[in-house]
Ligand binder design. Structure first.
Ligand code: T46
Length: 144
């Protein structure tokens, strides 16, 4: 499983650091939504779902946390601990966010507006969804 982590360019000077993110230049999609989570309790795990279409970039802009990605075949844990690093999370990818430091702020840039219908919240349903995607890919486009 390929993990795509972006390292953004900090514009540092003697005043400190600044990171600017532009759609299609630094972020590979049109940014339709930004949200962030903070004050995540100790021992809490969030997520436990995948998306049908949504693509996202996760940036822990303060503190640290870990992201577990699962494509239905393989799982990987990616620590996020730098405000200039962004983890790309594609559609059809189960995600869990955990091990938040008390000061963690996890910001997410999203390719779509919020839509509950895009969520797959049942793990067995996710595995079935991924299997069907693979079968469709193997068959190729349907001939008429
Ligand atoms: C994801 C991970 C990384 C909204 O009203 N609008 C929004 O844009 C979002 C993201 C959430 N909400 C509401 C829905 C729930 O009542 O905020 C509440 C918490 O959302 P949720 O339980 O989905 O949060 P997480 O941390 O489990 O997942 C979120 C995103 O929902 C999800 O897309 O990939 O962060």
């Amino acid at each position: 499983m390929q993990v795509i982590k972006y390292v953004f360019q900090p514009h540092g000077d003697d005043r400190g650091q600044l990171v600017a993110l532009e759609e299609f230049r630094d972020i590979p999609f049109r940014i339709k939504r930004v949200y962030y989570m903070y004050d995540t309790g100790a021992g809490v795990t969030r997520g436990y779902h995948a998306h049908r279409s949504l693509q996202q970039i996760l940036i822990c802009i303060h503190g640290s946390c870990k992201i577990r990605l699962d494509n239905g075949k393989e799982k990987k844990v990616i620590p996020l601990e730098k405000p200039y690093e962004g983890l790309y999370v594609s559609n059809a990818m189960w995600r869990e966010m955990y091990d938040f430091s008390p000061d963690a702020v996890l910001m997410v840039l999203a390719s779509e507006l919020y839509d509950e219908k895009d969520y797959i919240r049942n793990y067995d349903e996710f595995l079935e969804y991924v299997k069907n995607l693979e079968e469709t890919d193997e068959k190729g486009p349907e001939k008429k």
